[in-house]
Design a protein around this ligand. Structure first.
Ligand code: HEC
Length: 146
């Protein structure tokens, strides 16, 4: 089962695997919270919505930049008290749609069937600096020198 999900040559938990999941090269099953039908694979790639250079294509709801400073920083999210993510609360969010202080995020953010290794890899990829270089799509977006 696990072997099927692995791309050849990728360690079970690694930033490379996390990148593959983020870009949708290793597909995830995702759906809108509260709905039974799976969304099309292309629609649930993280990069679609969380790449600052592209607008969320399913809705007008802005998607945060999910890099280390955003996830690890203590900040007010979704009207709740200030909070920060760790791997555990990040995986919970992906599976259930609730943030670290159990506030439900907007339904534009899909919920996912993600296994522990995929989730750990995503977490590692997103929080390992330097995120801008690791996410090629971000280059040129709001990083132009003045
Ligand atoms: C269809 C668009 C879409 C896709 C695909 C998507 N997201 Fe999101 N995501 C959102 C939106 C919109 C929000 C903001 C929800 C809110 O503020 O209530 C969000 C919120 C989040 C948050 C919460 C940030 C916070 O501060 O609480 C995390 C973490 C996150 N997404 C990670 C991911 C990951 C990882 C993937 C891929 C597995 C992904 N998202 C795919 C739209 C998307």
């Amino acid at each position: 089962m696990v072997a099927l999900a692995l791309l050849p040559g990728l360690a079970a938990v690694s930033t490379e695997r996390g990148k593959a999941v983020y870009l949708g090269k290793e597909p995830l099953r995702g759906r809108i919270r509260g709905q039974d039908d799976l969304l099309p694979g292309e629609a649930v790639r993280c990069v679609n919505c969380h790449n600052p250079a592209s607008k969320d294509r399913l809705s007008g709801k802005p998607s945060p930049r999910i890099d280390g400073p955003w996830l690890l920083g203590t900040r007010q999210r979704h009207g709740g008290p200030p909070s920060s993510y760790n791997e555990r609360s990040f995986c919970k969010l992906l599976r259930s749609g609730t943030d670290p202080v159990y506030v439900l995020v907007a339904r534009e953010m899909p919920i996912y069937e993600v296994d522990d290794e995929q989730c750990a890899s995503l977490w590692k990829f997103l929080t390992t600096p330097p995120p801008p270089e690791r996410l090629p799509e971000r280059q040129g977006a709001a990083h132009e020198p003045h």
